[in-house]
Design a protein around this ligand. Structure first.
Ligand SMILES: *[C@@H]1O[C@H](CO)[C@@H](O)[C@H](O)[C@H]1NC(C)=O
Ligand SMILES: *[C@@H]1O[C@H](CO)[C@@H](O)[C@H](O)[C@H]1NC(C)=O
Ligand SMILES: *[C@@H]1O[C@H](CO)[C@@H](O)[C@H](O)[C@H]1NC(C)=O
Ligand SMILES: *[C@@H]1O[C@H](CO)[C@@H](O)[C@H](O)[C@H]1NC(C)=O
Length: 501
């Protein structure tokens, strides 16, 4: 039996007959151990490539094998990867990343940094890695970049500017975005906690108080474009995709991190989710079982959904648990089913950046209680049309840039339901990533999830969230739920775990 097990294990590793083999002789514990090791090897390989070919740069070009400073020279890959390397026990790699963090002086960076990306990747990454490892230089760096970001709050409304330039001591950009101003609260609260200086948390909380004071056209749903000078909305767009997404995520996660389920954050979250159920959730025409979360412009839905929006099932599952809203878990399962479908129908087995769909008439089989009309969209190509007839949706933007959101939601749903089919799904996605995005040194975004030829479709980019989020969530999906338990940790929107206070 033991020998058979070993032999079988060898076959599994080669990749043949994974399922029959595992069912015959490898128990779930062993199977998940092997899966974790596979994810760890991919992480190690991607990190090695960065260190060999792009050490000290923001990111690696995984086809051209060179470094690129596309984040103003913040060494974004190193800082974003710290806690992933720590979590996977990649010690040498972790210390390589620490050394890179040690060698950068954020106050000397001369470039217009995105307030949002710097907050979630750099500040979030440093704080999380500091909490885990207690390495002092990570805290020093966190304070340094936190102080740079603090300058952005100096506007008439207190809504932070969209960009900061550390060297010039400037903050700029007053046309701000909901997800940008509303996705700094976890990081700032943590920074106040570890420094004992309350100012970070206060500034970030004033943003939430201010948003709460604004009058919106539907309860809890906030239009995404705001003027930071006047506090007025520009336009009506409401979305759980890009520009809106992590504002809602941080409302519930702030409640979770501070263990306060009765406060303003929980109230704002519940109001938003109730409105989302009433006015946004939609099914596809002739596919009444397929639920989508499209964009909203007052009384009109725009029938589109981004890969980014697929974080929502995970958020709903978390909110369902901590606020005791069991119905939200049902919605989460339905939406995740659609997100999984986006992967399953494509040639690569990877999900596209954006899909469109033909919405049902809300008065007949829709889930929306109000008869909203949908915008007219431009005519579909023949391919898109036949895809839509078959699947209820069509591919609108065909790239896959190594994004995590669907895998992230698999992790939440697995942990909250115990249903192992979410693990099996995650393993399939991992295999597709391994097969279709692999380059000679690392992994690359692809142009087209339906491309048959791999080499022509590598877009020569490996965003830092591939290590920070995608691989971390996969690793956790195959780990016991006590590992970085949701009872002990809240993950920021870049998958950096913060200890619950
Ligand atoms: C699975 O296999 C591992 C390692 O061989 C063993 O320690 C564990 O007890 C097994 N678990 C079950 C549920 O059989
Ligand atoms: C970063 O540069 C500033 C300005 O030159 C200097 O005052 C500061 O000490 C430097 N920080 C570190 C950690 O070297
Ligand atoms: C587990 O999830 C899958 C995929 O969503 C679903 O088809 C299946 O019915 C679920 N199993 C259980 C026991 O709930
Ligand atoms: C790969 O992607 C490019 C850019 O989107 C596209 O023009 C090309 O046709 C694709 N190649 C294949 C083989 O699908």
């Amino acid at each position: 039996m033991v020998n058979y097990g070993k032999w079988c294990l060898a076959i599994c590793i080669i990749g043949w007959f994974t399922l029959p083999c595992t069912q015959a002789a490898v128990n779930t514990t062993t199977l998940n151990y092997m899966r974790r090791q596979a994810v760890r090897r991919v992480t190690q390989r991607a990190w090695q490539a960065y260190i060999t070919h792009a050490r000290g740069f923001d990111e690696l070009r995984p086809v051209g094998c060179e470094g690129v400073d596309n984040f103003g020279g913040l060494r974004i890959m190193a800082i974003d990867s710290l806690d992933t390397l720590w979590m996977m026990g990649l010690e040498n790699e972790f210390w390589e990343a620490v050394e890179l963090a040690r060698g950068v002086n954020f106050t000397q960076v001369d470039g217009d940094l995105s307030f949002f990306e710097t907050g979630i990747r750099v500040l979030g990454g440093l704080i999380s890695a500091y909490e885990l490892s207690q390495v002092q230089v990570l805290k020093d760096r966190a304070v340094e970049i936190g102080d740079v970001l603090l300058r952005a709050f100096d506007t008439p409304t207190g809504l932070p500017n969209s960009r900061v330039n550390p060297r010039r001591n400037q903050a700029l950009g007053t046309d701000v975005v909901l997800a940008e101003v509303g996705t700094i609260q976890l990081e700032m609260a943590k920074l106040s906690q570890i420094t004992g200086n309350p100012v970070y948390n206060e500034k970030a909380q004033e943003v939430i108080t201010f948003i709460n004071s604004l009058e919106t056209y539907l309860p809890g749903l906030v239009p995404v474009f705001i003027d930071a000078n006047t506090g007025e909305f520009r336009g009506d767009l409401v979305t759980f995709g890009a520009l809106g997404d992590s504002y809602y995520e941080y409302l519930i996660k702030y409640a979770a991190m501070t263990r306060n389920t009765k406060g303003i954050h929980s109230q704002m979250y519940q109001q938003a989710i109730d409105s989302m159920g009433l006015y946004m959730l939609t099914t596809a025409k002739n596919h009444p079982d397929d639920w989508y979360l499209p964009e909203l412009h007052r009384d009109t839905i725009r029938p589109t959904m981004q890969h980014l929006t697929c974080f929502a099932p995970g958020m709903l599952a978390l909110g369902s648990d901590i606020l005791n809203r069991p119905a939200d878990l049902g919605v989460a399962k339905q939406l995740l089913k659609s997100c999984i479908n986006f992967y399953q129908h494509t040639a690569t087995g990877l999900g596209p950046e954006e899909i469109g769909f033909d919405p049902s008439d809300p008065t007949t089989d829709g889930t929306s209680k109000q008869a909203f009309q949908s915008c007219t969209t431009k005519p579909l190509t023949k391919d898109q049309e036949s895809w839509q007839r078959k699947h209820g949706y069509y591919v609108k933007s065909p790239s896959y840039i190594l994004r995590p959101e669907t895998i992230e939601s698999l992790l939440y749903l697995y942990r909250y339901t115990g249903n192992v089919s979410y693990q099996a799904m995650g393993w399939r996605f991992f295999e597709s990533i391994e097969h279709h995005t692999r380059t000679s040194v690392a992994y690359s975004s692809i142009h087209d999830v339906n491309a048959r030829s791999r080499s022509e479709n590598l877009s020569d980019s490996m965003p830092s969230f591939f290590l920070a989020e995608t691989l971390k969530y996969l690793y956790l999906l195959f780990s016991d739920k006590s590992v970085f338990s949701f009872r002990d940790y809240v993950f920021n929107t870049e998958a950096h775990p913060f200890k619950i206070m």
